[in-house]
Design a binder for this molecule. Sequence first.
Ligand code: GSH
Length: 204
Amino acid sequence: MKLYFLPGACSMGIHALLAEIGQPFKIEKAARFGTVEFESYKLVNPKGKVPSLLRNDGSLITEFPVIAFYLARMYPEKGLIPKDAEGEIRVLEMIEYLVSTVHMQGYTRVRRPEKFAPSVSDHVVVQEQGLKIFQEGLDLAEKQINGKEWLFDQMSIADFALFYLERWSIANGIGSLGRNCEAHYNRLWSKIEIRQAIESEITT
Ligand SMILES: N[C@@H](CCC(=O)N[C@@H](CS)C(=O)NCC(=O)O)C(=O)O
């Protein structure tokens, strides 16, 4: 398996998940939009986005929730998604919300307001809207953890989506984490395999 990533991007959630699973995998730095290398990366993933996961059979899968679900299914012994249908639905519901709403609608508005409004004069309003969506997501996660270690009764793929959002909040000073989310982030960050994987993104 090979993960295409960009340092500090949402792909770090899948990178951390692969590190937690502990099976062999490779990583390759993708290219950002606007660089010369970007056209080559689009031959790998025509959407030009990360994360992308090249599977052992040579096929590529994209979209964070789908890659996370695939990995949970591939390694059922890690228990990263509940076996019962209701439990599985709730984990997928959370991961979808974190990626599609909190990241794509919230965080992206704060960091890339020009994607939502061409006029610079609208950017502050767009960023305010984004911050509200982002913070609402962090607050919802805070309530859901509610003294537990994880979002659900045991660690699941949803925790790895929350992990990258928490890291963005800390690293970029966007929004604020409550005590539960802070402890949740530290719980994952204190795992040596995860920390090493994320830190290696800078030097790869
Ligand atoms: N819907 C995609 C979103 C992925 C996405 O937006 N990735 C960003 C990084 S966080 C990206 O590839 N940005 C590079 C670019 O836009 O050039 C998913 O769930 O994987």
